[in-house]
Design a protein around this ligand. Structure first.
Ligand code: ARG
Ligand code: ZN
Length: 873
């Protein structure tokens, strides 16, 4: 059944208060609920009461103490309908149900993960725990009592503060938790397990002492310190940057090994995928450390952007997710390097979100309809949503943006609101009309910004002509114009930025400005421009658009060297590489155009850059991905894309062969430091190794990699060496893989990376992956493990996934079918790997179609069948 935004109606009955009793026993968990019901004023007396419920065995049902007769209610599909409702507006409903968390492989609702009970309720999982008005606009005060065997489940947690705990008969015990803040059911959480705890505290700016507890398995506790530091940094940052203080006496994070997503912001009791909380130099790479820091921050920030102010309905998901992603991006930019952070965020946007927006799974940041809301936790809702908030921030400036967010939190505290409410608060606080920005939420598709320039030497003017076009998408045949902030600077040939003065202005306004392109076509004329400048456009990626500006190669090379915006140096290089590769892939050029000049330029630039900004040097050399290039061509031949990209890498590698080898051989790794300088050095080291091996590697180098694998002082170095060995099919690869598995057999997250490094090997493919699916350490029931092999293969090894005989498609299709029966959410997501199928060359397209149609012939979950339906169109 499809749900539409336009059909929104407030709930007929609300539940302002809940008393929940969860009794965990082997084989069955009993959930008893006392629900204080309230009929809405607009609801006529006698209106049937409908509650959500899925996979519940109803044991008892009573209103105001009186058991209901069998004909007073019906249980149909995912609803309990009570026909005989009291006349009084307020009454108490008692329910008792039984659930089966031990067999809950979908990991939604209450489930068992490695011997511990935990929950995931967002978006609609609470209905798998008890009957409820399971929607975000129902705000309730929760009191939760959990009881379980004391020996096996010594730790019992729920939202809020623990008010009572004690022993019960038969070796059992219980704990009661009260959450003083009303919240929607999706923020409910409970945990019962045998967990170790890392404890610390944080003093808020108003002087309240907050207890911080991080729960994990005993053996993982030594890996929790980085998350704890990240949490404290996040709490401080949100006070300083957004004036947001934490509001309970305790904040808890629990690490669980079976989790569909990254983490969940349940009030006062965040539940995390172990991959987003555990970090230790011996087991975790730089990327892992950064991920922990940003996810801890993200979930913590939700306490205000999501929990205190929540969503009215799930169409508004980006209200909390887009805003919170923007906030965690700002936080991360403040922790390490701001320009590197922006490069990484934009890389995700351009690789994942642009792809989604260009294909059959495209949808607006605020969707208008869905069958399964779980399918809408997407790059569009998260990343494009964050870009909209970033544009608003760019347009308002920091001070007015902050006034706006203060007003938003103040005005809507305790409410479930809409995207309009958010934009309106920013508008009211700043006195600006921001309503045109609403259109960004309403239509899908990545706009193209066409820019052309003209210099008039006589009049000393420089004219920028800007046109926008937004692609029409299914359901959105007539996209509207959008306000597109274009941050720009103009550079003189000597590398100096020019003062920017538009005609009609009495003086120049700085050397960088933001123009708003909001017409089909418009023109800006800069005066006092004596020589033709080099424009630096869309600085910091000021809008999520595709820039179409026919810069000359020299202009891009110039910006790559001289732009004072680090992000734009990177973007210029990306644009140049993209253009060269597409000329061959798509344009039929026999060789990469302009290669000699690019190689010369890199040779001139890199040695110096490595000294001053090694991370930028590394990022410059990470070429646009194969999937990104695939989205730029009409008909996709994955093999050709792979070959051309590899060709460019090899050309760079050969030209600078000695340089890359020396960089790698002369560097050496010491003990792990988490700092932007140390990360920069390690990232460069990894990139130089990759190019060194693609050039003409000496025996010394080959030996050094094996040696560095063995001696590595931390995982970043060890993984870099291992990946290099495996992906370059070095003689030591097999031995090191075996060593790695043995060394880390007890570290699940490291074993995940052992699978991933093999799944992404462009030299080995389907047979290898199939063999690994039979490995004793592989299982479909743990999403991390499943993804480390299958999603990594399907999304990050395109040349093998798209093997011409279709074996890659068949393997993934087969696994999706198996997985769908266990865990629909992750199965549906894996299916996204087929999103480009319609643009594949005819041979591969036919093979992919066969697999998709094969799946369509089976009984599938809502999640997977919705995604499949959209893919098949
Ligand atoms: N709200 C969580 C976060 O972004 C994500 C939870 C999504 N869960 C899901 N089952 N789709 O922090
Ligand atoms: Zn989130």
């Amino acid at each position: 059944r499809t749900v539409f935004l336009k059909d929104y109606q407030a709930p007929a009955y609300g539940i302002p208060r809940v008393r929940l009793q969860v009794d965990i026993h082997d084989g069955v968990t009993r959930v008893t609920a006392g629900l204080n019901m309230r009929r809405a004023e607009s609801t006529p007396v006698g209106t049937p009461l409908k509650l959500h419920g899925v996979n519940l065995t109803l044991k008892a049902l009573a209103i105001d103490g009186a058991e209901l007769e069998a004909d007073a209610y019906t249980v149909a599909g995912e609803e309990l309908v009570i026909h005989a409702v009291p006349e009084a507006a307020d009454f108490v409903l008692h329910t008792e149900v039984e659930i089966d968390p031990e067999h809950n492989t979908a990991l939604e609702g209450l489930y068992l993960s490695k011997g511990m009970y935990c929950t995931q309720c967002e978006p609609e999982g609470f209905r798998k725990i008890t009957y409820f008005v399971d929607r975000p606009d129902n705000m309730a005060l929760f009191t939760t009592t959990i009881s379980a065997d004391k020996k096996r489940y010594p730790v019992l947690l729920a939202n809020g503060n623990c008010t009572t705990r004690g022993d019960a008969a038969n070796g059992r015990h219980f704990a009661t938790w009260e959450d003083p803040f009303p919240k929607p059911s999706y923020l409910f959480a409970l945990v019962a397990g045998n967990l170790a705890c890392l404890e610390d505290h944080f003093v808020t700016r108003s002087g309240r002492k907050v207890t911080l507890k991080l729960f994990a398995e005993q053996h993982d506790l030594r890996q929790c310190h980085h998350a704890m530091e990240s949490l404290k940094a996040s709490m401080r940052w949100d006070e300083e940057r957004y004036g947001r203080e934490y509001d309970l006496d305790i904040f808890m994070i629990v690490a669980v090994s079976h989790f569909n997503m990254g983490a969940m912001e349940n009030k006062g009791l965040n539940i995390f995928n172990t991959s987003c909380v555990l970090a230790h130099p011996e087991t975790t790479t730089d990327l892992g450390f950064q991920r922990v820091e940003s996810v801890v921050a993200h979930e913590y920030f939700h306490n205000w952007s999501g929990n205190r102010v929540t969503c009215r309905d799930w169409f508004q998901l980006s209200l909390k997710e887009g805003f919170t992603v923007f906030r965690d991006q700002q936080f991360s930019a403040d922790q390490l390097s701001a320009s590197v952070q922006r490069i990484e965020d934009v890389a995700v946007l351009r690789n994942a979100q642009f792809a989604e927006d260009a294909g059959p799974l495209a949808h607006p940041v605020r969707p208008e309809s869905f069958i399964e809301i779980n399918n809408f936790y997407t790059a569009t809702v998260y990343e494009k949503g964050a870009e909209i908030v970033r544009m608003l921030h760019t347009v308002l400036g920091e001070a007015d943006f902050r006034k706006g967010t203060d007003l938003y939190f103040d005005r809507h505290d305790g409410q479930g609101v809409t995207v309009e409410d958010f934009v309106q608060a920013l508008a009211d606080a700043s006195g600006r009309d921001l309503s045109p920005f609403m259109q960004w939420y309403r239509q899908p598709g990545t706009p193209v910004l066409h820019v052309s320039t003209a210099h008039d030497a006589v009049a000393q003017t420089y004219t920028l002509t800007v046109r926008q076009s937004v692609p029409a998408k299914t359901g959105f045949p007539e996209p509207k114009l959008l306000p597109i902030p274009v941050k720009l600077a103009l550079f003189a040939r000597d590398g100096q930025p020019l003062p920017l003065q538009l005609t009609g202005e009495s003086a120049a306004v700085g050397v960088e400005r933001v123009l708003i392109a909001d017409q089909a076509e418009q023109r800006w004329v800069f005066t006092g421009v004596t020589e033709a400048p080099v424009p630096s456009l869309l600085r910091d990626f000021s809008a999520p658009v595709i820039l179409d500006y026919a810069a000359g190669d020299e202009e891009l090379l110039f910006l790559m060297r001289h732009d004072n915006n680090g992000f734009n140096r990177w973007l210029s290089a990306q644009t140049l590489f993209e253009r060269m590769m597409l000329a061959v892939i798509e344009g039929g050029a026999a060789e990469l155009p302009g290669l000699a000049a690019v190689l010369e330029s890199l040779a001139g630039l890199l040695p110096g850059l490595v000294e001053t900004d090694p991370e930028l040097a590394a990022k410059l050399l990470q070429l646009p991905t194969e999937n990104y290039l695939a989205d730029k061509v009409g008909v996709i031949d994955p093999q050709r894309i792979h070959d051309v990209r590899l060709g460019l890498q090899k050309a760079i590698a050969k030209h600078l062969s000695a340089f890359f080898q020396n960089q790698y051989l002369n560097g050496h790794e010491s003990s792990y430091q988490y700092s932007s300088e140390a990360i920069a050095a390690r990232t460069w080291r990894d990139v130089s190794l990759h190019y060194a091996l693609l050039g003409t590697p000496s025996f010394t180098l080959r030996d050094a990699v094996g040696e560095n694998y063995r001696k590595a002082p931390h995982m970043t170095e060890r993984m870099s060496a291992l990946r290099a060995l495996v992906h370059h099919d070095a003689p030591h690869a097999a031995v090191c893989l075996a060593d790695f598995f043995g060394r880390f057999a007890k570290e699940a997250l490291v074993i995940d990376s052992w699978f991933a490094v093999q799944a992404t090997n462009p030299l080995r493919g389907v047979e290898e992956v199939r063999r690994l699916t039979a490995h004793s350490a592989f299982t479909l029931t743990n999403p991390n493990r499943m993804r480390s092999l299958l999603a990594q293969f399907a999304n990050a090894n395109p040349v093998q996934f798209h093997r011409a005989d279709g074996a890659g498609y068949r393997l993934i299709g087969e696994k999706i079918a198996e997985l769908d029966a266990l865990n629909p959410q992750v199965a549906s997501r894996l299916l996204g790997a087929f999103s480009r199928w319609k643009r594949l060359e005819p041979g591969r397209q036919a093979l992919a179609r066969e697999v998709l149609q094969g799946l369509a012939g089976r009984a599938l979950s809502n999640d997977t069948s919705e995604t499949l339906g959209r893919l098949l169109g």
